[in-house]
Write a protein of this length. Structure first.
Length: 375
């Protein structure tokens, strides 16, 4: 019997605990003292998670993660600035698209989706091009599941005196990111990925001195992080209708994150999920796109089997009927699909998912699991 709620083995939305869902069973007013206090708690815990309480401020924002990324880029990069976006997947490309729509001068450096951003190449580009003011990168590129070397990149970017913007949406809370080790001007993340809250808000951790200089930069009224921050400073309130239930769920999710052992504990569970998933799928005969050392324990890209009886839509529906939702591939380099290891799931559910995969393949009559071109 599939569970009442499907297991979301995707890059988001993700499975949340019953207690996180239960935290939304009441209404708060936006000026309610308790609600104002809850906001403060959430922000201070998020700053602590990145070791950034002394240097950065936390600015929460309504909307999905992309809204926060757009707000960070629009608020931090001034109109006369120049943004260099490091692209090795769809989320890097999205940052370049956002900056383009805003009319900021934007350049990209690009790598294939199965290769991490090359820090040395970025360093020599910055040596040559002195007009760049900001560099943007994705921490875990959810397109493939690859981990980018943000710490080494941060050293190079700060050695050039530039500001680094990190989209850590699919890593924050599960993979370490400490402001003392990785110097960043801003990190963007959201409530519903590794933090296991519900979707509906994001947040940015921004260097206080950086943000102080950002007044008037933004192209947008509602996505202006400087004004959003000043709003909180003035009266502890959101400028526009706050996502009250989402915030309450996030506070509960942060309690559960701490109880699990914080970033280390969460990262370990996802690491176990990841090993169980890859071991199980490889045992069936699947191959991963990435070698293990490049793969973050967040979401795994599997290469589609060459067997002509394999059809992703049928595969998806078969798994869905058994209570597991997976995600199509988003790659240009290979035909693939993705299975996530994040959200409120453990090795037992991953084991069941692998069994369901085997059953669906059987149903489809797929026997040859090697991808096209594999020996
Ligand atoms: C999920 C995600 C986002 C935000 O996506 P939304 O659909 O807007 O929540 C941004 N960047 C990365 C790397 C992500 O994984």
């Amino acid at each position: 019997m599939p569970p009442a709620d499907p297991y979301l083995l995707t890059p988001g939305p993700l499975r949340t605990s019953a207690t996180v869902k239960a935290a939304m069973q009441r209404d708060w007013g936006s000026r309610d003292e308790r609600f104002v206090a809850m906001n403060k708690q959430v922000c201070s815990r998020l700053l602590d998670m990145a070791g950034a309480a002394a240097t950065h401020v936390c600015v929460p924002l309504q909307g999905s993660g992309t809204f926060t990324v757009e707000a960070v880029l629009g608020t931090l990069v001034p109109r006369e600035g120049k943004l260099l976006v490091l692209v090795n997947g769809a989320y890097g490309r999205r940052m370049a698209d956002i900056a383009g729509v805003m009319g900021r001068r934007t350049e990209t450096m690009e790598w294939p989706e199965d290769r991490p951003v090359d820090v040395a190449e970025v360093g020599s580009r910055l040596d040559r091009d002195r007009s760049v003011t900001h560099v943007a990168v994705v921490h875990c590129e959810t397109t493939s599941g690859i981990l980018n070397p943000v710490r080494d990149l941060a050293s190079v970017v700060s050695a050039h005196g530039l500001a680094l913007i990190i989209d850590s949406m699919s890593a924050f809370g599960a993979l370490p990111l400490d402001s003392a080790e990785t110097q960043f001007a801003a990190v963007a993340a959201s409530a519903n990925k590794c933090l296991e809250g519900v979707p509906g808000m994001g947040f940015a951790l921004v260097g206080a001195e950086v943000l102080e200089k950002c007044r008037g930069n933004s192209h947008s009224l509602s996505l202006d992080l400087y004004e959003q921050w000043k709003g909180f400073e003035r009266n502890g309130q959101w400028r526009f209708t706050p996502p009250t239930h989402v915030l309450a769920a996030l506070l509960q999710a942060l309690d559960e994150h701490a109880a699990e052992g914080g970033v280390a504990g969460r990262g370990e569970r996802y690491g176990r999920n990841h090993r169980a998933l890859v071991d199980g799928m490889e045992r069936l005969g699947f191959r991963c796109l990435l070698p293990r050392h490049l793969q973050a324990p967040i979401i795994v890209t599997f290469l589609a089997p060459a067997d002509e009886r394999f059809d992703f839509s049928q595969f998806y529906l078969g798994l869905s009927a058994r209570g597991f939702l997976i995600y199509p591939g988003k790659l240009t380099v290979a035909d693939s699909f993705r299975i996530g290891c994040i959200g409120r799931i453990g090795e037992a559910e991953i084991g069941e998912a692998v069994e369901a995969v085997a059953a669906v393949l059987d149903e489809m009559g797929v026997t040859e699991l090697a991808p096209a071109g594999a020996a």
